[in-house]
Ligand binder design. Structure first.
Ligand code: TNX
Length: 539
């Protein structure tokens, strides 16, 4: 049966009767679940007109009862993949039962109960009238397919303020995504405080893409975001992009720069730079060590540090591999695990390292070697660009050979900086649709975003065993504001939740688009600027 919820529930049986939820029905929780109960009540009051109260003294009678219990959950398939917080006892399996006499939500951990309450929140929102929600009786048990369900957010090309990042965390949480990967550094800007290297934030943070204003997160900002995310069972993973994409570092500390860093500003909409950190200079390693230490201290919940490793234009293969090897050992010295974009497969990686698969084998032919790109790129730079991209074809098989785990982020399915393909049902959005999204990519529909499977989309892989998780990415070269960002994220982010959570090949477009239509009310109440794709019959 189809329940108006995203991601799709694993097993759901509809009962005969209905349950009328009114504000008089309390949410009853034991002390260990009180925080989770309060989070639910507050989120529900934001998404819907239903405002409930939490009771901890367990009154008898009709209620929404939360319990730490695992009955009926054993038959669910085990969750695969890796946890960004490294929690080896994590368990997200949960149950949700709605009957005439009330509602029960249960699971073995507070996180599991929170996921079940997220389902209930969407269900109530979809059925809410004026102060009453008429809920269909239901017996559901659910568990995620992958433990790492993420979004990578580029805060370097556009600096997104703390409030914007909070809104993104709310969106992730609503679709059961549990990782926010922050791309904190790039050529155009540096966003992380590093006490030993103050110019990074005094100089490197000033800029952003084009003439946009820069900025950075203070230590207090990061602490508040980490807490905000943790309250919603989301882990923030920091990325420090090295050894390329480092023009902002060189602007702050010219002594770290190569002899002739070259910025190719003339590629419209790209602003790539050539010039990388030098692994043969000891100062480079003082810098990397200090930066990694600061990231580890501030993002204390994350078991991983992302070292970037992508597009080291103009760097010899040996130097790139040497850099990545030593960067990984710095991360490990700080007690963390390493991950990087797929290019790190060329270094000495192995089991325990995570490789983020982004560039598809056919992408170099279909996208990057397109006439559109060739027309944009200055002649002197084109061979270097094509060579770098062509090598990427081998990265994923190499990473698997070496024993690494894959994070699945193929550009055609999960890069949300693709332009939207379908027209908007609201003509006023067409100007934004024409402007937002990188023009070198073929535009993508919402349907493209859900009619695929991580196994089929990954070279060599034929089971879930080598997949650590699924992560979408939103790069912000064309994003000028919070509104632009939300326009790319919604509705697409719901699809990322569906692919990362729901069982293999269970998404059907007719069901998905109907479930998606049911989300619009919550988005409007939140004031999120979502793309009204004409592919969906919105209410
Ligand atoms: C490639 S994805 C990049 C980013 C760009 C993005 C645009 C990756 C690892 N590197 O620097 O922003 O394409 O989609």
């Amino acid at each position: 049966m189809s329940v108006p919820v995203i991601p799709l529930i694993h097993t759901a049986r509809r009962g005969a009767s209905d349950f009328a939820l009114t504000p008089a029905v309390p949410v009853v929780a034991p002390a260990e679940l009180e925080a989770v109960a309060r989070r639910f009540v507050s989120d529900l009051a934001t998404d819907s007109p239903i405002d409930l109260d939490v009771a901890t003294d367990a009154p008898l009678g009709v209620a929404i009862r939360l319990e730490l219990a695992a009955d009926g959950l054993d038959a669910l398939p085990a969750t695969g993949g890796i946890r960004a917080d490294g929690d080896s006892h994590a368990d997200e399996r949960h149950g949700l039962a709605i009957a005439e006499n009330g509602i029960r939500v249960w699971g073995a951990t507070p996180e599991a109960v929170h996921r079940g309450l997220t389902t209930l929140r969407q269900l109530i929102t979809a059925h809410a009238g004026d102060g009453v929600a008429q809920l269909p009786a239901l017996e559901a048990v659910d568990a995620p397919r992958f433990a790492w369900r993420g979004l990578s957010l580029d805060v370097a090309r556009t600096f997104h303020d703390v409030e914007t990042v909070r809104r993104v965390i709310d969106m992730c949480s609503l679709y059961k995504l549990n990782v926010l990967h922050l791309h904190l550094t790039d050529d155009q800007g540096w966003r992380l405080e590093v006490p030993e290297w103050p110019s990074l934030t005094e100089v490197g943070a000033r800029g952003a893409f084009g003439d946009r204003q820069g900025g950075f997160y203070t230590r207090a900002d990061v602490a508040s975001l980490v807490d905000y995310a943790a309250d919603r069972f989301v882990t923030i993973v920091p990325e420090i992009d090295m050894p390329g994409h480092t023009a902002a570092v060189f602007a702050s500390y010219p002594e770290l720069a190569p002899e002739n860093p070259l910025t190719i500003e003339s590629i419209p909409g790209f602003d790539l730079s050539i010039g990388t950190l030098d692994p043969d200079r000891e100062l480079t390693w003082t810098f990397v060590n200090d930066v990694v230490r600061s990231a580890v201290e501030q993002f204390r919940q994350s078991a991983y540090v992302h070292l970037g490793g992508d597009e080291a234009f103009g760097m010899a293969d040996e130097a790139h591999a040497a850099f990545v090897d030593r960067a990984i050992s710095v991360i490990k010295d700080h007690g963390k695990l390493a991950l990087g974009w797929q290019e790190i497969a060329r270094a000495g990686i192995g089991a325990g390292d995570v490789v983020q698969y982004w560039m598809e084998p056919n992408e170099s032919a279909d996208g990057f070697e397109s006439d559109a790109l060739k027309a944009m790129v200055p002649e002197a730079f084109l061979p270097m660009l094509l060579e770098t991209l062509a090598k990427s074809v081998h990265d994923v098989p190499t990473a698997l050979d070496k024993g690494a785990t894959l994070l699945v982020s193929p550009t055609s399915r999960l890069y949300f900086d693709r332009p939207h393909l379908a027209e908007s049902a609201d003509p006023a959005q067409e100007e934004t649709r024409a402007r937002v999204g990188l023009p070198v990519y073929p535009p993508a529909s919402l349907r493209d975003g859900v009619e695929w499977d991580p196994i089929d989309e990954t070279p060599v892989v034929d089971s879930d065993d080598r997949i650590g998780g699924v992560e979408a990415a939103v790069w912000c070269e064309t994003v000028t504001s919070r509104d632009d960002l939300e326009f790319l994220l919604l509705p697409r982010l719901a699809g990322a939740g569906e692919k990362a959570w729901a069982a293999r090949n269970t998404t059907e477009w007719a069901s998905y688009s109907a479930r998606l239509a049911g989300q619009a009310g919550a988005w409007d109440r939140r004031g999120w600027n979502w793309f009204r794709s004409s592919e969906v019959a919105w209410p």
